[in-house]
Design a protein around this ligand. Structure first.
Ligand SMILES: *[C@@H]1O[C@H](CO)[C@@H](O)[C@H](O)[C@H]1NC(C)=O
Ligand SMILES: *[C@@H]1O[C@H](CO)[C@@H](O)[C@H](O)[C@H]1NC(C)=O
Ligand SMILES: *[C@@H]1O[C@H](CO)[C@@H](O)[C@H](O)[C@H]1NC(C)=O
Ligand SMILES: *[C@@H]1O[C@H](CO)[C@@H](O)[C@H](O)[C@H]1NC(C)=O
Ligand SMILES: *[C@@H]1O[C@H](CO)[C@@H](O)[C@H](O)[C@H]1NC(C)=O
Ligand SMILES: *[C@@H]1O[C@H](CO)[C@@H](O)[C@H](O)[C@H]1NC(C)=O
Length: 301
């Protein structure tokens, strides 16, 4: 037993193929080449038999060669993309997302007792294109129930998201909720302290992108009346303009403007265009359901 273990050890040193690799995890980019770099040592000067497999459900042969001469035909998806180097390294050109996986190389030499083996992992990704922050509005009213910021980017695989507030990373807390993938930041019960500059960072193994910082303005509740009044004036001007442009038709019976005026002091109906406009403005501008735009309008008259 002891002798045998000793023999194997010596044989391993003297007659086995030993494969080393400087990098065991390679991050490749779609369309670019990747070198799965290895080198082997052997006491024999014979040409080695080199086999590269990739682990799928079962191992799939990528290429087999004697020295650098490929044996047989390559699979269609590897045709013209594969090269074997003298030291056993595998070069894959024009990387595809499907090339990602765990690769195993086996190198054997007739005279040698042991076959050398090595595993190298390859990831393949599309670079991240510049992300941007999507907001429903750049202003929000203090104490609004919730407000979402969405980190969006066109291209890029395996994105990992980080949110920055004034340049500092944000983490989940009781009011700032990050979606599971951290893509969407939801601020609940908006406070004045949320008035700040936000940006997002998207990263993957080969690249990262930083959005343009976005300013979120938080308004105090007490400023609601002023904002609504301003909105009311805007509405009034719009209606007057619309009415004025309708006057020349002079058709009896077709008089939408007086009807509108008559509705103003009362809580409005859903059909009223004035209310619809005001409500839409209120939602868009303030991001809150608690606003009652008509409440402010009568004060103008
Ligand atoms: C293979 O080479 C490495 C580095 O030179 C060495 O540490 C290791 O012991 C060798 N293994 C065998 C089986 O010879
Ligand atoms: C390679 O991938 C396998 C399977 O995903 C994993 O178990 C192993 O730790 C990885 N090795 C390296 C060096 O990343
Ligand atoms: C193997 O050979 C290739 C091509 O000459 C070279 O780029 C690579 O660095 C070599 N690998 C090692 C581990 O020496
Ligand atoms: C996203 O990828 C497509 C297809 O490769 C390309 O046409 C487009 O310009 C890319 N978009 C960005 C923002 O890089
Ligand atoms: C975030 O943006 C994505 C893509 O633009 C969209 O599909 C998603 O519904 C948005 N999520 C929220 C909460 O706005
Ligand atoms: C943040 O917390 C919410 C609610 O507790 C949870 O659903 C979400 O997955 C968490 N996000 C992260 C990135 O941990």
């Amino acid at each position: 037993m002891l002798t045998c273990a000793c023999c194997s050890f010596l044989l391993g040193l003297l007659e086995g193929v030993n494969i080393t690799s400087p990098v065991l995890l390679i991050h490749g980019t779609v369309g670019k080449p990747a070198l799965l770099s290895v080198k082997y040592t052997s006491t024999s000067n014979d040409k080695p038999v080199i086999k590269w497999h990739v682990k799928r459900d079962k191992a799939v042969t990528v290429v087999q060669s004697i020295g650098t001469d490929v044996i047989g035909n390559l699979r269609p998806d590897y045709k013209d993309r594969i090269k074997i180097f003298e030291n056993g390294s595998l070069l894959i050109n024009q990387l595809q997302l499907s090339d990602e996986g765990m690769y195993e190389v086996e190198i054997s030499i007739t005279d040698d007792t042991f076959t050398g083996e090595k595993n190298i992992n390859l990831t393949v990704d599309v670079p991240i294109s510049k992300p941007h922050v999507v907001l429903t509005s750049s202003t929000v009213l203090e104490l609004s129930e919730y407000f979402t910021l969405n980190c969006s980017h066109e291209n890029g695989t395996k994105p990992a998201y980080t949110w920055l507030k004034d340049g500092k990373p944000l983490s989940n807390d009781s009011r700032l909720l990050l979606s599971h993938d951290q893509k969407v930041l939801t601020i609940t019960k908006v406070l004045m302290s949320d008035d700040d500059i936000y940006s997002c960072v998207v990263e993957n193994p080969i690249s990262s992108g930083h959005s343009v910082p976005i300013k979120l303005t938080v308004y105090r509740r007490s400023s609601l009346y002023i904002i609504l009044s301003t909105g009311g004036i805007f509405l009034l001007v719009t209606l007057v303009t619309v009415c004025a442009s309708m006057v020349p038709t002079k058709q009896v019976g077709a008089q939408p403007c007086p009807a509108l005026h008559a509705q103003w002091p009362k809580p409005p109906t859903a059909q009223s265009p004035a209310v619809e406009l005001a409500t839409r403005w209120g939602r868009k501008g303030l991001g809150t359901r608690a606003t009652m735009p008509w409440a402010a309008i009568p004060h103008l008259g």
